[in-house]
Design a protein around this ligand. Structure first.
Ligand SMILES: Cc1cc2nc3c(=O)[nH]c(=O)nc-3n(C[C@H](O)[C@H](O)[C@H](O)COP(=O)(O)O)c2cc1C
Length: 230
């Protein structure tokens, strides 16, 4: 399964079967955790066979059978949430290609402090539940291309493919508070794309934007453009 196929097949899954993740898959995931921690200056940790985080009243009964998760930890910084989103979604899509299911979890978990490491200057931003799903999840309603971008007949095809991939990204309560703007080639001939979050009372828009940018890059092809800094 390619990453583009993983984008299309992924759904949030909240119910899992009681089956430990195979050793070789744990190794592959751990390798990717090490890679994204290095690239993103993060301290994400893969926690396996730990049933307490998603048990009891904090889990609100929505989740069941979760015994594996990524603890999404990083050093406090203004751009931490966006990096957690961008690099965390790389883990989510890799898990999908390995036949595993996932769900980003902002609130509904117990913080089991002994299960992962966190220094004083670090923050646990959220969790990503991981395992063999008991159901495949479902198709959630999505916004349209024109709701979240300036894609038109005159913008490149790769830009449209990027927006379509971003529309399939998971976002907190499916809010999709992001926007992609094609700003055309500059004097240097490089195509640029501006990605912004839009207003939300709920929050998590920085993390959602990082996740959506990860999808956009896969859909559009990273070689076709650069992110605009303004
Ligand atoms: C940052 C973030 C936080 C989330 N927090 C929760 C959560 O606390 N509980 C939950 O059940 N789902 C949570 N979700 C999952 C979203 O509800 C889900 O991604 C969205 O409804 C779209 O569905 P899909 O992922 O199946 O496409 C979260 C997703 C994101 C990206």
């Amino acid at each position: 399964m390619t990453l583009s196929e993983a984008i299309k097949s992924r759904h949030s899954v909240r119910k899992y079967i009681d089956k430990p993740i195979e050793e070789n898959l744990v190794s592959i995931l751990q390798e990717k955790v090490d890679e994204v921690n290095e690239k993103g200056n993060l301290h994400i940790q893969l926690v396996t066979n730990e049933p307490k985080a998603f048990k009891g009243k904090m889990a609100y009964g929505t989740f069941s059978g979760v015994t594996n998760y990524f603890a999404m930890v990083g050093k406090k910084a203004d751009d931490l949430s966006e990096r957690i989103g961008y690099y965390g979604e790389q883990l989510v899509l890799l898990a999908e290609t390995l036949g595993l299911n996932t769900c980003w979890v902002g609130l509904t978990y117990n913080n089991i402090k002994e299960a992962y490491e966190k220094a004083d200057d670090e923050k646990l931003c959220c969790m990503i539940a991981l395992g063999y799903g008991n159901d495949p999840g479902r198709n959630m309603k999505r916004k349209g291309v024109r709701d979240v971008s300036n894609a038109s007949e005159t913008t490149p095809q790769w830009f449209l493919r990027g927006v379509e991939a971003a529309l399939l990204a998971p976002t907190a309560v499916n809010q999709q508070k992001f926007r992609f703007e094609y700003v055309g080639p500059d004097g240097d001939g490089v195509h640029r794309v501006k990605a912004e979050r839009t207003f939300s009372l709920i929050g998590y828009t920085k993390m959602d934007l990082g996740i959506a940018k990860c999808h956009f890059e896969i859909g559009a092809g990273k070689e076709n453009f650069e992110w605009s800094s303004q």
